[in-house]
Write a protein that binds this ligand. Structure first.
Ligand SMILES: Cc1ncc(COP(=O)(O)O)c(C=O)c1O
Length: 440
């Protein structure tokens, strides 16, 4: 039986649900990254590091809520906090004490954080960050790096995937991209050149490297970036939607010892519920504060709304989570498992004779059939079909992960890792057996 024949045979109910979804939802999916050929699985329940699909199969999960479930699925403390909050009040139509506690936790953990404003997603957080930086500096241009992902609002669609001159999405007006300068990563000279126009408000980047560290940041680059942005009065924004609280309690900025002016957060900050945040220095974040001065409040302040900002359910999950991860021991445990898993996957990839590379840092691993990207990131689109096939082969063997990376939680175990490595080995061998890499 081929990988896809086995996949179809094992997932009849998911196939039926996918067909039904295609009638109700464009393309049948609700996030582009969930696109899987021939169809994705439908998940019914989860616990810890495992989840179960509609056909009754159990998986060791490395999606972990797109990286948001650092404490694992349905952590009992988070569940209890959310249940109690749901019974108390889900929207107060105003302010509530839990949002203060939530902001205090962020401000205590994240090195650059003095003031924090909550959003509903990482996309909203990066959108707000650029607006705040522009208002603060009075400048209009922003620098972003090729291969770095910051969500889906217009400005950050530039330079995400090769070919980098084509924005990530159709429907983005040229005007929205006219103020975005795209520079290659790990190239401080390119950024300095961009600063020569004098109109650059901000540099935004994923500090550990584009696409969750797919193109790792080289040693020293963040320090250089900090120095040149300070010199030119440019706001340095670390997008820590992935790395925040994961690399260290204070995120990648603590891990790499470089403090930006602003940081965008989502995922772990809201404990796996919807939510995000913009945090940073008091001076820059105060652009969002009313002063009671009509000229400031109406013309110079950054406006920010959002019905569900800091909603009590997300706040409850966020507070419960941040209270548990302030002690670096959980990150250390997940990072160590990351080392074991990366080493195990590298070995089975080689043993199976599959051409590729396994790498990563902290509690994230990447499997690449395109080779490890150079300093400037991938130069051509991924061999997409191979990743679809790998995912199906893995799902046949009890493992689920995103197309080319996995996020390890604090509740994955040594046994999970051993079973995952065995599952990958069977998947790689199945791909080799059916000639998936021939001529590639
Ligand atoms: C680095 C980074 N920034 C921003 C975002 C967007 O966050 P959200 O999906 O919550 O809008 C993501 C999402 O994965 C991300 O990885």
């Amino acid at each position: 039986m081929t990988i896809l024949e086995e996949y179809r045979a094992k997932h009849p109910r998911s196939a039926a649900l996918a067909e039904r979804a295609r009638q109700a939802i464009p393309g049948g999916i609700t996030h582009d990254i969930r696109y899987l050929l021939p169809f994705g699985t439908y998940v019914e329940r989860s616990q810890g590091s495992h989840k179960w699909d509609a056909d009754g199969h159990e998986y060791i999960d490395y999606w972990m809520g797109h990286g948001s479930l650092f404490l694992g699925h349905c952590h009992p403390v988070v569940v209890k906090a959310v249940q109690e909050q749901a019974a108390r009040v889900t929207h107060v139509g105003g302010s509530h004490e839990l949002e203060i506690r939530w902001a205090e936790l962020v401000n205590r953990l994240v090195p650059c954080a003095e003031l924090t404003r909550f959003t509903m997603s990482g996309t909203e957080a990066t959108h707000l960050a650029l607006r705040v930086a522009r208002a603060y500096t009075g400048r209009s241009k922003v620098v972003k790096l090729t291969g770095h992902f910051h969500g889906w609002h217009d400005a950050v669609t530039a330079g995400v995937y090769p070919p980098y001159d084509v924005p990530m999405s159709a429907g983005v007006p040229e005007g929205a991209l006219a103020h975005v300068v795209v520079c290659p990563p790990n190239d401080i000279k390119a950024v300095e050149l961009a600063f020569e126009t004098g109109d650059v408000a901000a540099v935004i980047l994923e500090p550990a490297g584009g696409a969750s560290g797919t193109t790792p940041t080289i040693s020293g680059y963040l320090q250089e970036l900090r120095a040149v942005t300070s010199k030119h009065g440019v706001v340095l924004i670390f997008d820590e939607v992935i790395t925040g609280f994961r690399y260290a309690p204070g995120g990648a900025q603590q891990y790499f010892s470089v403090t930006p002016d602003l940081t965008t957060l989502a995922k772990i900050v809201a404990g796996g519920l919807p939510g995000g945040a913009l945090t940073g220095s008091r001076a820059v974040m105060s652009m969002l504060a009313h002063r009671g001065d009509p000229d400031w409040d109406r013309r110079r302040r950054v406006a920010h709304a959002g019905t569900f900002n800091a909603n009590p359910l997300s706040a409850a999950a966020g507070v419960a989570t941040l209270e548990m991860i302030g002690d670096a021991s959980l990150q250390a445990r997940a990072n160590k498992l990351g080392d074991t898993l990366r080493q195990g996957l590298s070995e089975v990839l080689r043993r199976a004779g599959a051409p590729g590379e396994v790498y990563g840092e902290a509690s994230i691993y990447h499997v690449s059939f395109d080779g490890k990207p150079g300093l400037a990131g991938p130069d051509k689109p991924k061999k997409g079909a191979l990743y679809h096939l790998l995912r199906c082969a893995l799902l046949n063997n009890g493992v689920d992960c995103s197309p080319n990376h996995g996020w390890i939680s604090t509740v994955h175990t040594d046994e999970d890792v051993a079973r995952t490595v065995a599952g990958y080995e069977r998947a790689f061998r199945a791909m080799v057996t059916e000639g998936a890499f021939d001529g590639k």
